[in-house]
Write a protein that binds this ligand. Sequence first.
Ligand code: UDP
Length: 331
Amino acid sequence: MAILVLGGAGYIGSHMVKRLIEQNEDVVVIDNLVTGHQQAISKQARFYQGDVRDREFLDQVFTKENIDTVIHFAAFSVVPESMKDPLKYFDNNTGGMINLLEAMHAHHVNRIVFSSTAATYGNPKNDTIKETDPQNPINPYGESKLMMEKIMHWADVAYGIKFVALRYFNVAGAAADGTIGEDHNPETHLIPIVLQVASGKRDELQIFGDDYKTPDGTNIRDYVHVTDLADAHILAMKYLQTGNDSDAFNLGSSTGFSVKQILEAARVATGKEIPAKIAARRGGDPDTLVAKSDKARKVLHWQPQYDDIHEIIKTAWNWTQKHPNGFEDQK
Ligand code: UDP
């Protein structure tokens, strides 16, 4: 039986596909290529181009392929964009989930591992966030993902579709062999932007606000390596395949770094100066987001391999240097 990766041409999805193929899984990929890159998908996976909102298309894939488990990454994920265009997020993310679950139900596919987010917690009360903490998103992106979690819950109650929601904190880094990495257009994420400055593609980093309630005034985030993240999905898939109940897990390193600390770490990892200046706050940014992720370690037996931010940045720098124009070079 095959594993269906929705959004397998994206940053995290493509690392997921690579990891599954390395473990000899039979992999089917769906992606609409709106933000993903076909070159990022392992050649050993069977690729279908189409949209998660297109029920007829999903039916065709589910009819043709013998799908055991779905791993769902196909969503928009840019917080500032979601503030400007919330309906785009509710349509693709939340609407897409309804369509997907309907198709899964119709084709008797009863397991889904879902890419959720720390953004579902909003501005947390505690320094480190537990899975049982209140979920009060402060941006439409987080809201769209929280709605997806809730929809999966009721689809489990009614149809028995079991799910694992993995709430990611800040995903970073690239495959150790430098074959795939992060390539968004436009790029909005901190580490790739810092590395664009390091490689001379951008003049300077803008630090979005230094008056947050943190020791140095810049936002604190919890960075986790993309390969470690992919491995957590494989463990979550096995957890469901062995008959366990639906659940949610945080995935983070449990250590927070401020924007200024990331900048310093990138200066060390790259040996470049990386000019930066303080700019206005960006909408929708909570002060601090750090995971308590011992539940994933305990229940899923997740053991992240990368625990050093310099090592994480080095893998991203390796990809940036090998592919200065991202996937453009591989066309
Ligand atoms: N950030 C920044 N300058 C940039 C991009 C991001 O200061 O050019 C900050 C952003 O405000 C946030 C942190 O870096 O505090 C991480 O942002 P990113 O977009 O990478 O991830 P998010 O936390 O929004 O998922």
